[in-house]
Ligand binder design. Structure first.
Ligand code: MN
Ligand code: MN
Length: 470
């Protein structure tokens, strides 16, 4: 991680390649400042100062680089990402920028510069990774936060991209233990009989997996107990076959990513502890594989939850809400000031909003507004969906307190959120993210594959609410 983050360095006047940022508006004046030979090289490379355009031109004995950026007042997170992907390896210094007074927003762009150089090559045996592109900055205070945020993004990508055989419940536990050790946090993991007794629905969902991928409830606590308690929960379904209500091949293909919520939760907890945010952190990850075996839970089974409510299983593929429910019950008992969960919970959220926008549910309007604002501020947009109480009726069961999956098929993301809502203490400030954790098509700085979506919006909210400057 440290190595990958090292592509940002303090500018101490060391040798570096000059990088001119230019937008369409500034293109003419920059052209006039270049020599005839340089203009000819640019024309040959078809450089037109469009966002993402990159060109290299000779400059004395060496060369300089030009990068096209969007004509906006400040740099956004991803505006340098294409440059970071396509420039030759080396060390760069931004020497010119359309907004002549320094480089506004560079701190945000540093995140994109780092994250753009992410590669998932753990399983590749051919070829060396490209030489890093290092960017110098004089804004020394921006370096560590950018490295932390980019590191959190890349952690989510790594965890999600790793196939289920190598990222099962045991490996999620290993990740959580490493995180706890790094920050001196307490960690407790419930398995076996303790899991069956204390987190019965986590056990019921995960019990059909092989012993190697046995279910567990991972719980981490950190920080001064006098500080406001923040609960963070992540759905850790390391592989979701659908259970006995087996998914078809197309629906199962990406299900290594069904622990994406856990990846977001681990990454967010890491940001909290790395920053030293003055909160009492309570991280909970129900980690399971939803597998098929003779002891798998069946349609029609009735589960007892940690909260005491009984749940009729109408679809074994609606397993995420079951494991989350027990974790939410535990988190609420500790009395959090704020509770956030992340889950790759429903396809319906994707039908509604597509892959880019995580569905966000919040009980409190001010929390929802703060999250939306933080998402826009960090180029990590989220979109609020309603906890429409009338649909609670769709969760009624003939034989138990609740069904886990409703029959109408309408508003699947909303009804899943309402299921969780039943397990969250009254009046508690709770936020639920139904996130895809995956990018089906690459964008600058954001390759196809596992992705953090909603992570930095949530981090922005925590910083705004609990940061020392708040
Ligand atoms: Mn499922
Ligand atoms: Mn699932």
């Amino acid at each position: 991680m440290t190595e990958r983050n090292a592509v940002i360095e303090p500018d101490r006047g060391q040798a570096a390649i000059a990088l001119h940022l230019v937008d369409k508006a500034g293109w003419d004046s920059l052209l006039r400042a270049l020599s005839e030979g340089q203009r000819a090289v640019l024309a040959a490379q078809k450089f037109a100062a469009a966002p993402g355009d990159v060109a290299i031109v000779p400059d004395g004995a060496g060369w300089l680089a030009l990068g096209g950026i969007e004509p906006r007042a400040a740099l956004g997170t991803w505006c340098l990402a294409r440059l970071a992907e396509t420039l030759p390896g080396g060390t760069y210094r931004i020497v010119a920028h359309p907004a002549q007074s320094g480089v506004p927003g560079l701190a945000a762009a540093l995140v994109g510069w780092i994250a753009a150089q992410y590669r998932f090559d753990r399983y590749k045996t051919d070829g060396a990774s490209p030489e890093p592109r290092v960017l110098l900055t004089t804004d020394l205070r921006a370096i560590a936060p950018a490295q932390a945020e980019a590191g959190a993004i890349m952690l989510v990508r790594d965890l999600v991209n790793t196939p289920a055989e190598d990222m099962g419940p045991a490996q999620l536990e290993t990740e959580a233990r490493a995180l706890a050790k790094r920050h001196g946090a307490e960690i407790h993991v419930a398995t076996g009989d303790a899991l069956e007794r204390d987190y019965p629905m986590v056990h019921a969902v995960g019990r059909a997996a092989s012993r190697h991928h046995a279910p567990r409830l991972i719980e981490l606590e950190w920080g001064d107990p006098r500080h406001p308690r923040v609960g963070i929960i992540g759905k850790g379904v390391c592989f979701d076959s659908g259970g006995l209500d087996l998914k078809p091949s197309a629906g199962m293909a990406l299900m290594k990513k069904d622990m994406g919520g856990a990846a977001h939760a681990l990454a967010l907890a890491g940001l909290v502890m790395d920053h030293g945010l003055p909160v009492r952190l309570h991280l909970l990850i129900p980690a399971v594989e939803n597998a098929v075996a003779g002891n798998a839970m069946r349609p029609g089974d009735i589960l007892r939850s940690r909260a005491g409510l009984s749940v009729e299983i109408t679809n074994t593929d609606a397993e995420g809400r079951l494991v989350l429910a027990d974790a939410l019950t535990r988190a609420c008992a500790a009395g959090p000031a704020l509770l956030i969960d992340f889950a790759t919970l429903t396809g319906a959220a994707r039908v509604a909003l597509g892959p880019d926008l995580p569905a966000m549910f919040a009980r409190h309007d001010d929390t929802a507004a703060a999250l939306s604002a933080a998402g826009l501020d960090r180029d990590d947009p989220v979109w609020r969906l309603p906890l429409h109480q009338a649909y609670r009726d769709w969760l009624k069961s003939d034989v138990a307190d609740l069904v886990n999956s409703h029959a109408t098929g309408f508003a699947g993301a909303v009804v899943a959120a309402l299921f969780l809502d039943r397990f969250v203490g009254n009046g508690l400030d709770w936020v639920h993210f139904d996130t895809f954790a995956w990018r089906p098509t690459g964008l600058p700085g954001r390759p196809k594959g596992g992705e953090a979506l909603g992570l930095r919006a949530a981090w922005g909210l925590l910083l705004a609410r609990y940061g020392r400057d708040a």
